[in-house]
Design a protein around this ligand. Structure first.
Ligand SMILES: [Zn+2]
Length: 372
């Protein structure tokens, strides 16, 4: 199984799939699922987001009564990278040879789902109805999950395990924050900086004042905020007319998130007023928080499966959003299950093969453990 896992994972990471270029890996996954005999459909998510193709939905009818309808999920896209991904196997680890990401986020999740389904089918393990849903354009805003054609999910999944976000065997993400974005455009007045500076209104000065007044970083155990990009001005000798900033805030507590967004909006508006610039703030909700109870059936099921394998089940709160946020919002209780990947979104990204194998066993156990 170790070789099969490594081989499957390597094939997936060698098929590059930065957001907007998911078609090739979607084809690979669809072929694998078709060979296993699963019924496959694709929705039209690409028509309303930047994905290259639709989400891939595969269904495996149950073989035994007394199981919930379970959905397994991973996303097909990776963060954008420059240059080809060159995976190397070093002992128990698969790393990226070059400066790029490895793509274990989320190719590790895809590999685990494919191998779990294969094992369940080949070993004729009893199971209920299983959905495998592979989403597109996750990394740039959970677009595939947001545009998923939920009407196709019949029977409706009672729980979902999203194989995403790294983590080591036994660990599951059962809570994630809400996130909102702020797009700020500051408009001042451009004049020659040496001839008539008195008549100018500097949009960059307003931005600087706003940022120095902002509370940013980790604000409390539940809340974070960041100004991520800033662009403005046109030349050293022109008082800058425009400055555009993109910022975000996250919190596990929606009240705190609302307060932080309000604080940020007020800082930008006051700074604009103090220098005489116009400020436009556009606030968008990126995704909504979730927090599963420890006794939620999907948490209990995964915890019980972990214990049976001698793993210690640990629930934890994540700081990032994922498709699980969207599925929870749509009424499918979802948690993030470990994949054995580490250092996601960096050139240090790696897959611990032994850990990933344990995650595979855990996933199979979770999908096939009987309720009774
Ligand atoms: Zn991911």
């Amino acid at each position: 199984m170790r070789d099969l896992l490594a081989e499957t994972f390597l094939r997936l990471v060698r098929t590059a799939s930065p957001t907007g270029h998911e078609a090739a890996v979607a084809e690979l996954v669809a072929q694998y699922l078709a060979d296993l005999g699963l019924a496959i459909t694709r929705d039209n998510a690409q028509e309303t987001c930047e994905a290259e193709c639709g989400n891939l939905l595969a269904f495996l009818p149950g073989t035994a009564p007394g199981y919930p309808v379970i959905m397994l999920n991973a996303h097909l896209d990776t963060v954008v990278h420059e240059g080809e991904i060159e995976p190397v196997v070093e002992g128990d680890f698969i790393r990226s040879a070059g400066e790029t990401i490895l793509g274990a986020d989320d190719k590790a999740g895809i590999a685990l789902i494919l191998l779990a389904l294969r094992q369940i089918i080949e070993e004729k393990l009893p199971h209920g109805d299983l959905w495998a849903v592979f989403t597109v354009a996750e990394e740039t805003g959970l677009w595939g999950a947001q545009r998923l054609d939920y009407a196709r999910l019949q029977p409706w999944p009672q729980m979902c395990y999203a194989l995403d976000g790294g983590r080591q065997p036994g660990k599951m993400g059962t809570a994630a924050p809400s996130s909102s974005s702020l797009d700020v455009t500051i408009t001042g007045r451009a004049v020659h900086a040496g001839v008539r500076p008195e008549a100018g209104v500097s949009a960059i000065l307003a931005a600087a004042q706003a940022i120095s007044a902002l509370q940013l970083g980790r604000l409390d155990p539940e809340t974070t905020a960041n100004v991520g990009t800033i662009a403005g001005g046109s030349a050293p000798n022109i008082v800058p007319e425009r400055c555009v900033l993109r910022a975000e805030a996250r919190s596990h507590d929606d009240g705190k998130l609302t307060a932080q967004i309000e604080h940020m909006t007020v800082c930008f508006r006051e700074a604009g007023r103090s220098v005489g610039a116009q400020v436009e703030v556009e606030v968008g909700r990126s995704y909504t928080a979730f927090a599963l109870a420890e006794d939620a059936p999907l948490v209990q099921r995964a915890a019980q499966a972990a214990r049976r394998l001698g793993l210690e089940p640990v629930t934890e709160r994540g700081g990032g959003g994922s498709d699980a946020n969207v599925f929870n919002e749509y009424g499918i209780p979802s948690l993030m299950m470990a994949t054995g990947a580490m250092d996601l979104h960096t050139s240090q990204e790696q897959l611990n093969i032994a850990a990933s194998l344990e995650c595979l066993e855990w996933l199979v156990e979770t999908a096939t453990i009987s309720d009774g």
